[in-house]
Design a protein. Structure first.
Length: 155
């Protein structure tokens, strides 16, 4: 299992030029999941609500079944633990997502950060850093936060 995780992580960092469309989609899913996990890990306290928000985002974004979302989240946690930067992940997202897709992702990241009822400075910083790497304008970043807060208030 560790070898398959290492192979997947290596392919994300330096993908083969002849990567199939299916493997490219899997790498995009992993990159997105890693960004969500980075927000979840930012405050060093794991809350069940944050984990559920990550899984909900993965199910929503990629139309995954529960077990597929769970497996992707596990792979993302392992990849995030080994990552030395965010650029290799955000560059893949920038290549494949248009701005509305990026904004939806930022909104999901806000939902993860807010899921435990407390927004730490670390979560806020990680969120801002990822949004900046995704080239999300400040105003759109703020609107994504407002939509996440509104969704939280309606539940």
């Amino acid at each position: 299992m560790l070898k398959s995780l290492k192979d997947l992580f290596d392919s994300l960092v330096a993908p083969a030029p002849q990567a199939s469309p299916q493997s490219a989609e899997h790498l995009l899913q992993l990159a997105t999941a890693v960004m969500l996990v980075e927000v979840m890990r930012a405050d060093t306290s794991f809350h069940a609500g944050e984990r559920e928000a990550v899984l909900a985002a993965l199910r929503d974004k990629f139309e995954l079944a529960d077990d597929e979302a769970q497996r992707l989240a596990e792979l993302a946690e392992a990849a995030a633990g080994q990552a030395t930067d965010l650029f290799s992940f955000t560059s893949r997202i920038n290549d494949r997502f248009d701005m509305p897709q990026k904004l939806r992702m930022v909104e999901h990241m806000w939902r993860v950060a807010l899921a435990d009822g407390h927004l730490s400075d670390h979560e806020r910083h990680v969120l801002w850093r990822i949004a900046d790497l995704l080239h999300v304008p400040q105003g759109a970043y703020v609107h994504a936060r407002m939509r996440a807060l509104a969704a939280l208030d309606s539940t």
